[in-house]
Design a protein around this ligand. Sequence first.
Ligand code: ATR
Length: 494
Amino acid sequence: MSRDNLFLIGLSGAGKSTLGRLVAGRLGRTYADLDDVLEEWEGVSIPEIFREKGEDYFRRKETEVLRWAAGERRGIFSTGGGVVVREENIALMRESGRVIFLDRPIEHILRDIVVSGRPMLRGDKQNLIALREARLDLYRKAADVCLANDRGADAAAEMIMDWVRRWERTGGIHGGIHMEITREARLAALLGYPLGHSFSPAMQNAAFEAAGMNCIYLPVEVKAEDLGDVIRGMAKMNYLGCNVTIPHKVAVMEHLDEIAPAARTIGAVNAVVFKEGRAIGHNVDGLGFSRSLTEETGETAQGKTLFVLGAGGASRAICAVFAMEGARRIYICNRTEARADALAAYINGSIRNCCESVPWEPEAMTPALRDSDVLVNATSVGMYPRGDALCLDAGLLAAGAAGAVAAEARAPGSGPPGAGGPRRKLLVCDIVYNPVRTRLLEEAEKLGLRTLNGLAMLAGQGEASFELWTGTKPPEGIMRAALERIAAKPSGTV
Ligand code: ATR
């Protein structure tokens, strides 16, 4: 199906109808406000539908209207503020068209609001703030592009038309990539062998597209014996950089001109920047985790106590970055204890003396967990197709969490030695992202603990890579939203 409709989404008062009508007029396209269509079909107003038949009925009708719109060609549609609450609606919009999220400052919405009697449109600031907060992720997930509508209707209409023209020029001709690809295009790639189905191309291309950059990210399978040639070739081409994955993260180092100090300490490279013919290696695995932690929870590594399960490459990157960023203590616990000993000794010797190896036994794990703020699963346990596996016994998690909650209730200064006062509930993180909700996260949620899934961490390392290559931050939330969209697809092999 060609994606030539345009859907405007956002809160009530974001400017969807005004801009939809304006842009349709200027581009000579048909326009409909889908709330108006629904009222016409039903013969009564939306507040009446809510009152008489309830929200469920309204949402069902809304989807019917959307199905009609999805069957149109080149239409421009403004949607109701809650259209994104149904997955099916998001799919209908994205399959048949482009979706623009209009993000308008709450103050502007309040300034212009005329109480129309529609549900949710009450002009109440707290209400609007809460609603925006609750729906922001959904709007981002549904959108191809997020536009700030904060400089007047004309400016916003121009931005929308820019995007429509760009999509019209390039619509679908590049197999899923809808940017204009010219001689000036810059490339990025994922190198690995074999490459399974990777999330990175969709995530990076969504960010390039939303940022309006003339860049493409490609998956490239490279055998070990060809790695040096490929890196040297890329350095001479229009490549901004690449990510490196299994099995090349260590082997790639000998083919680089320079290695950033953190990557050298970690002993592996997973992002390369090409600059003036030179290849410079970085490691953003641990950085991705610490970024996602800060973005999702507002917390930093500084002063935190971590309990890390696993002592492989992922654990090494996470522990190294947390040691560099000032963690108070890092407990490393691994099935093969000798590997945990070796990793703890390495970080203590090369970065800071903050790691302690913990035997893989309940008696040793429980007190360490009780002393921890953050638990990270850095093993592959729980990954598809063994999604039923649990890396940490549920009883042990409960015992460890109980300690952290009790610590939270303690008065400041009376925590365990060096803890620096009461702690918040244990935060449970999993590097596994397939499935997104692992059994560990499920058990943590049952205990009322905070969780951070592997997609957040993957997006964190994607954002850090993007920034290294382009020197700018990707549009906020776009990578995470792209990942959630792919993860939601019913496919067993993500
Ligand atoms: P990565 O680079 O992704 O960290 P890795 O180096 O192979 O991959 O490390 C995998 C980690 O998962 C290791 O810590 C491994 O423990 P061992 O060192 O004892 O092998 C851990 N792991 C894998 N399968 C496991 C299982 N069934 N139970 C516990 N730990 C497991």
